[in-house]
Design a protein. Structure first.
Length: 710
């Protein structure tokens, strides 16, 4: 092709800058270098957060330095070009990460790239806006307030009636109501997760009020208990039908139509479990445990006498028929006797992590009995089941870089199912990386407890499981770097062929698009893996990947005009809003993944990324119900390893209280009254100092006093 011109977006780190020649050299994630010219029409920005005005605080250069380098503007033959060179000198320094949109021009072998828009990640060289103390707090609070305003106008105190009347699953691109007034249960639960996470990070009373109202409405409007109150199922949704409201029992989504889809039942717990972490509300726990009972009774593939449907090979069937309550019903069609990523892996992030954080160590209660230990044992069993099935069956053994995602009952991979066929989803692979790393951290905690007990067999089992989790997580992280990460612009792609037939490492199933929820998985996966072995080459690469994915998120997925998140963009970050992708509150977007990203990115960055100014702490806010039953509150923010964090202090309604053991993430609430706010401040234990090993040993010495639940 002799002549070719087009818009081009790249993100890279500045290797060299030459203001005199009006150009710079950029190194991309791929390792390639690219020369970039600037022109009279090049402008500069500093990355903005949601709803921000300009954040450009780059200092003006010294006039004498500018004159020495470029001469005076008056003496220049082209004043506008001199201005462009001065701006280049002002904004661009070696080592700075920038994202550039410009014009690429090719004529035979000659290629030039001229920048138009250049965005710096921070006004200070070497810094990244999203790694500053306030970034994710501001983002989650702004997104939360926008969601509340578009749904509930300016209401600050929310009730069940407000959710019954105002809540809608589907909102248009501006936040207005659409003609579809359905309320989907699993989507509402995802929204509840976002409300709770916003409260945990910010302590915003409006978030707590909304979360309390939402949880009550969910239970009263969508839960279905069996006759003996031992099992709970969740209706798909509710929809106005003339003057009344119609309950919709089975799934209305295309892939799951007419079934109880396990992932929808799982996600009904996402918001409730996060709310339980904050409140320890026993009513909420009742519905959580009854829902888990239904997973074990109706979806778990365990050997059952006289019933050949259940193979006993472990894992959970993905769908059951809502009439026969069986996974082998003919009505299920392509979902009959199937297992998939969602029916196995989604247990972990949706509810298991947060429920285990709430009950491990075992709570102290006025009704201390075996039920707490029984629930903990069940949750650990489910976690082990899911993790071991992922480790045993998901990793590819056929030369592909992608995990297997769909299976027959006997774990034979199904590469012919529906739209997926033999395709991999980049975000799912990185979601597995992220959650296996979390589980590895939890298994290190269990191993530490077993060591204190002198249970060497248990210690060895969980040490081995932790190492398997980390090894698989790292391998998938590298695999996705090879085929799924956009090494030119940052961010990750969507659906790719597991076995490319185009002679390339990557073959796109459809287009080169990027979805918001998959960016979340990449950011969290690479940040948490960067904390595994700080300072080594692999962790440094993971940190670099995390930063480039975070840059793409904050650059291109934020809708500044409407203070929300776009669902899908092109590979270069242009929003896609046609074909339903402009819907703000739809089934898939729901205010969940973006809030989860805000919440956990803040925790991981504060914990695993060294802060140069030493301001390393972070806080979470809880609101225990104080119903007279529980005497303790578990406050560990996420699955962290022993020795990652300690409690620096905590306050009750603003009044400081003494910390008896900074390594014990269970605090006494036996004397608290109703409506108490508990603010807990955490301090990371850095693993990158010269005396790292000695420091960790000193910090871990305090762990001997932890009341490990065993």
């Amino acid at each position: 092709m002799q002549k070719q011109y087009g818009s081009l977006t790249i993100t890279g780190s500045v290797v060299a800058v030459d203001p005199v020649q009006a150009k710079m050299s950029l190194k991309l994630l791929s390792g390639d270098s690219l020369d970039v010219g600037v022109s009279k029409n090049t402008w500069y920005e500093v990355l903005r957060n949601v709803g921000d005005e300009s954040r450009d605080r780059v200092p003006e250069p010294d006039a004498a330095e500018v004159e020495k380098l470029l001469g005076t503007r008056e003496a220049a033959s082209d004043g506008a070009l001199w201005d462009a060179k001065r701006s280049l000198f002002k904004y661009i320094k070696p080592g700075v990460m920038v994202s550039i949109r410009g014009v690429g021009s090719r004529n035979q072998e000659l290629f030039t790239f001229s920048a138009r828009r250049i965005v710096l990640m921070d006004s200070q060289p070497g810094f990244y806006g999203w790694e500053q103390t306030h970034w994710w707090l501001q983002q989650i609070n702004t997104l939360f307030e926008q969601w509340m305003d578009v749904l509930f106008d300016d209401k600050r105190e929310l009730t069940e009636n407000d959710f019954a009347y105002f809540y809608r699953t589907n909102l248009d691109i501006l936040g207005g109501r659409t003609s579809n007034d359905i309320q989907e249960c699993a989507t509402m639960s995802r929204f509840l997760y976002g409300l709770c996470s916003s409260y945990l990070l910010t302590g915003n009373d409006r978030a707590f009020s909304a979360a309390k109202a939402c949880s009550r409405y969910m239970i009263n409007a969508f839960s279905t208990l069996t006759h003996d109150h031992m099992f709970c199922f969740w209706k798909f949704g509710r929809k106005r039908d003339g003057k009344s409201t119609k309950d919709i029992i089975s799934s209305q989504n295309g892939d799951d139509l007419g079934s109880y889809a396990l992932y929808e039942q799982i996600y009904a717990l996402a918001g409730l479990t996060q709310y339980y972490r904050i409140t320890q509300d026993s009513t909420i726990l009742f519905y959580i445990t009854r829902t888990i009972n239904s997973f074990e009774k109706f979806f778990l593939d365990e050997k059952r006498e006289g019933d050949p449907c259940f193979t006993g090979k472990g894992g959970y069937f993905s769908h059951i028929d809502p009439v026969t309550m069986r996974p082998d019903a003919e009505s299920l069609g392509k979902n009959r006797m199937r297992k998939n990523w969602n029916s196995i892996g989604d247990h972990i992030p949706a509810y298991l992590v947060n429920l285990l954080l709430a009950i491990d160590p075992l709570p102290k209660s006025n009704n201390q009995d075996a039920s707490w230990a029984k629930l903990l044992g069940l949750c650990r069993t489910i976690l082990d089941n899911c993790v071991e099935n992922i480790l045993d069956h998901f990793p590819p053994e056929d030369g592909s870089k992608f995990v297997n995602e769909r299976f027959y009952a006997d774990w034979t991979p199904d590469h012919e199912w529906g739209w997926q066929q033999d395709r991999g989803i980049v975000g799912h692979n990185l979601k597995i990386s992220w959650n296996l790393t979390r589980c590895g951290h939890y298994y290190e905690y269990i191993s530490a407890g077993a060591k204190l007990d002198g249970d060497t067999a248990r210690q060895k089992k969980y040490d081995t499981l932790a190492e398997r989790c980390y090894a698989t997580a790292r391998q998938l992280g590298h695999n996705m770097e090879d085929v799924g990460v956009d090494l030119m612009r940052g961010g990750i792609y969507d659906a790719l062929e597991r076995h490319p037939s185009n002679g390339m490492p990557t073959e796109f199933a459809w287009e080169t698009t990027k979805d918001f929820w998959q960016q979340e998985q990449a950011i969290l996966a690479y940040y948490i893996m960067a904390g595994l072995k700080p300072g080594d080459a692999e962790s440094k690469r993971f940190l670099e990947l995390a930063r480039y994915c975070s840059a793409f998120w904050n650059l291109y997925f934020i809708d500044q005009d409407n203070r929300k998140i776009y669902f899908r963009t092109t590979e270069s970050g242009t929003p896609i809003i046609q074909d339903g992708y402009g819907i703000q509150g739809g089934h898939a977007i729901a205010g969940y993944h973006s809030f989860e990203l805000n919440y956990l990115a803040h925790l991981y960055i504060r914990t695993y990324v060294p802060i140069e100014n030493g301001d390393e702490t972070f806080c979470l806010t809880f609101h225990p119900s104080c119903d007279g039953c529980l005497k303790t509150l578990n406050v560990l923010p996420d699955f962290f390893r022993p020795g990652d964090l300690k409690i620096l202090g905590y306050k009750v309604n603003g009044v400081p209280r003494p910390v008896s053991d900074p390594h014990r993430f269970q605090i006494d609430i036996s004397d608290l009254q109703e409506n108490c706010e508990v603010e807990v401040e955490f301090l990371p234990i850095r693993r990158t100092n010269e005396d790292t090993e000695a420091q960790i040993n000193r910090e871990r010495a305090g762990i001997d006093e932890i009341n490990f639940a065993r």
